[in-house]
Each structure stands twice: as structure tokens, then as C-alpha cells.
Ligand binder design. Structure first.
Ligand code: PMP
Length: 395
């Protein structure tokens, strides 16, 4: 039977990681996989996480099962962090998930249970796994205009036109902040226009929030999600704790869903519990419990907030430094947008051939579409990176 399996395409980013590892050039630069690295080039365990782990080790008396939606205290803590008082909590249901990917999958599975024929609308471009997950679960899919690559800016007229034409009951995926791969997010005024365009359609928004706190701060980064929740009757929010808590491999995430009433929220909760039951019964607890402990304890929360600010400030300083170095190296403002974009990623706007030349001639590794993980860059590498980009892409 197994001979009937089809070969699967290799993940581009993981393939690039392998290529990078095999490269023996000492000055190689990895801008591939989306992980934060500190000034020592390390993706660290955050101090608040270490402290919470120590406390948990001392105090945990059982590893008995939690509930099918995970630890309710974690779900509530994430609700307070992400949503605040934007929606009456009685209208909200949530479930712990296996990272942000699991939250997206859970949110889409929920939508499919409610409306199997719904089309899922994905921004162009987007995180490639959106498309892959939607294809895997067999929902129809369309893209909507998001980014104008020639202008290096959002295509607001295109986006508003496309979103305004979405059918009732369809699902629209939006990145809550720090858009991956472009680093370009709508302004608050543009978000208001997006909410207005969607409000008459009857579409359900799925907000992918994988970088809360890594753009302009927790409150600023949550603002769009809250605006969508306040302005639309039904919203699904898929939250990842991988980057902002540095819990990548512990797989902590949550899906939060606002329904139109408390009764609907109860129905959603029961369906999320069933979906978890059908996949793995109980979502992983360790990372989620650490997050809950950090958010509930004033000292741990202050430590985490400080560490998150340091990460954010480092990313934004790297952005400014890279933009400046490129202005000097290329003698133009063509790359100025790197300084104003937010989150881990920006796109170079390079052709596949230029991306290949950067890799082969300069040992600079980025994804084929020119996506660069700026959060993985070492400050010392910026001058060389800028010179190489100016040489390869500067004409
Ligand atoms: N959404 C986006 C846009 C992402 O970039 C990522 C991580 N690369 C995720 C979701 C999922 O993150 P994880 O499953 O690692 O929590």
C-alpha cells in the first residue's frame, strides 16, 4: 500500500538550512529560516522562560492530562494578552494548539466544519504554509492583492477591492502584524479601511498572529487584531508563542475565536475540543504552562516584557543599520523600506538569479523569493551584506 505514496516536495527553507550547514565558507551569512538571533548569533532561551521552568520543576506535582482545550488558565491569559477588552469575553472561545501552525490548522478545520465549501482567501504574498495547509484540507483557495512589489508598498486599492468582493461565509487570512514575508503592515487608518471593506461581506477573518511584540510593541502589534474583533462579528485568531517567548520547539500556541453570542462561543469551544481530540487528544502543555506562569506573575512578566523589548529593539536597529549601509553601498534610497518595515522579514526584490548569485558568489543565503530574515543577522555582517547586495542587485 505504501508504494502508492507520492513523493512530497521538499520544504524550501529547510533545504536552504541544509545547504547553509554544508557551506564551508567562514563568512557565510544565513538569512533563511525565521528565528531570532542575539548579538552572539544564538537563539536564546529567554530568562523569564528559564525562571518559569525552574519554578515549574520545583512546584509541579503531576503531569496528569489537562483538558482537551489545554490548560484553561493559559487560554485565558493569552486572551487577555492578545484581545484585552476588545470583545466581551462571553463571546470568546479558545483552545491551546501545537504552536502557531497548529492554531492555524485548528482555525481552518473549524471553518471547514462550519462551511465545507468556503473559499479561503490568502494575501499575495503570504507565508507559504497557509497555501499548503488550505490545499491539504481541501478547501477552495484564492489569493487577494496585498503587496505591490514594484513600489515596495501595500497595494491598498487592490486589497480593498478584492476583500470587498469576498463571498459571505468565506475565510480571509490576514497577518495581525509583521507580515511574513514582506514586513509591510497596514497603518491603523488602513486597517480601518480593511475592516470597513470586510464588514458588509459576511466573511470570517482568520488573523495569523505569529510575531506579537516584535514589531512596535505588544499593544501596537495587537491593535489590528483588536480592531478586526471589534468591527466584525466572527473572527478567528491563531496565535504563536514561538518567537515572542522563544519557545519554538516547545510548540505553544492558541486559537481564539469570537462568535456572535455566548451560546455560539460554547459551540465553538466544544468543536475545538473535538478537533483536538481527533488529532492528539490533549495539546502539549509544557510551553503553554510556562507562558501562563510568565503572564500571571508580575516579576516574570516584567522580565519577559523587557527581554521582548530588547529583541524588538535589536531587530529594528538592524533594520535601520542595513537600510543605511545599503544607501551608502548602492548610492540610492532603493532599500530604504527595510528601515520602516517591521518584524523579522523583508523582501529584497531580487530575481531568482540574483538570489542564486548572492548564495554562490557571496555565501549569502536567503529564500528563493528574496525573503531575508533580518532578525537572524549579525551587526558585523551588515557592511559585507550591503556591499554584496549593491553589487548583485544594484544595477
Ligand atoms: N504564521 C506565520 C506567518 C509564521 O511565519 C509562522 C512561523 N514561521 C507561523 C505562523 C507558525 O509558527 P509556529 O508554528 O512555529 O508557532
Amino acid at each position: 500500500m505504501l508504494e502508492a505514496l507520492k513523493p512530497q516536495p521538499e520544504d524550501q527553507i529547510l533545504m536552504l538550512m541544509d545547504q547553509f550547514r554544508a557551506d564551508t565558507r567562514a563568512d557565510k551569512i544565513d538569512l533563511g529560516v525565521g528565528v531570532y538571533r542575539n548579538s552572539q548569533g544564538v537563539t536564546p532561551v529567554m530568562g523569564a522562560v528559564k525562571s518559569a521552568e525552574r519554578q515549574l520543576w520545583e512546584s509541579q506535582t503531576t503531569k496528569g492530562y489537562t483538558s482537551l482545550i489545554g490548560d484553561p488558565a493559559f487560554v485565558d491569559a493569552m486572551r487577555d494578552l492578545v484581545i484585552g477588552d476588545a470583545v466581551d469575553p462571553a463571546r470568546l472561545a479558545g483552545a491551546a494548539s501545537v504552536g502557531g501552525t497548529g492554531a492555524i490548522r485548528l482555525g481552518l478545520d473549524l471553518a471547514r466544519l462550519a462551511a465545507p465549501q468556503a473559499t479561503v482567501h490568502i494575501p499575495d504574498p503570504s507565508w507559504p504554509n497557509h497555501r499548503a495547509i488550505v490545499a491539504a484540507i481541501g478547501m477552495p483557495m484564492k489569493t487577494f492583492r496585498y503587496f505591490d512589489a514594484d513600489e515596495n508598498a501595500l497595494d491598498m486599492p487592490g486589497m480593498i477591492a478584492d476583500l470587498g468582493a469576498v463571498a459571505a461565509g468565506d475565510v480571509v487570512i490576514l497577518h495581525g502584524c509583521c507580515h511574513n514575508p514582506t514586513g509591510s503592515d497596514p497603518t491603523p487608518a488602513q486597517w480601518a479601511d480593511i475592516v470597513a471593506a470586510l464588514s458588509g461581506t459576511g466573511a470570517v477573518v482568520l488573523v495569523d498572529l505569529a510575531y506579537l511584540g516584535l514589531g512596535d510593541g505588544i499593544e501596537a502589534d495587537a491593535a489590528a487584531t483588536r480592531m478586526l474583533l471589534a468591527g466584525l462579528p466572527e473572527v478567528i485568531v491563531a496565535v504563536s508563542c514561538s518567537k515572542n517567548f522563544g519557545l519554538y520547539r516547545d510548540r505553544a500556541g492558541v486559537v481564539l475565536v469570537s462568535g456572535q453570542s455566548a451560546a455560539q462561543a460554547a459551540l465553538v469551544r466544544a468543536n475545538l475540543a473535538t478537533l483536538n481530540r481527533l488529532s492528539y487528544s490533549f495539546p502539549a502543555d509544557h510551553g503553554a504552562r510556562l507562558v501562563e506562569m510568565i503572564l500571571a506573575d508580575a516579576a516574570l512578566r516584567a522580565e519577559w516584557t523587557e527581554e521582548l523589548s530588547e529583541m524588538r529593539n535589536r531587530i529594528n536597529a538592524l533594520r535601520r543599520d542595513l537600510a543605511e549601509a545599503l544607501r551608502d553601498a548602492a548610492g540610492s534610497d532603493r532599500f530604504a523600506h527595510f528601515g520602516s518595515q517591521r518584524g523579522m522579514f523583508s523582501r529584497l526584490g531580487a530575481t531568482p538569479d540574483e538570489v542564486r548569485r548572492l548564495r554562490e558568489d557571496h555565501a549569502i543565503y536567503m529564500v528563493g523569493d528574496g525573503r531575508m530574515n533580518i532578525a537572524g543577522l549579525a551587526k558585523e555582517d551588515i557592511p559585507r551584506l550591503a556591499r554584496a547586495i549593491a553589487e548583485v542587485c544594484g544595477q
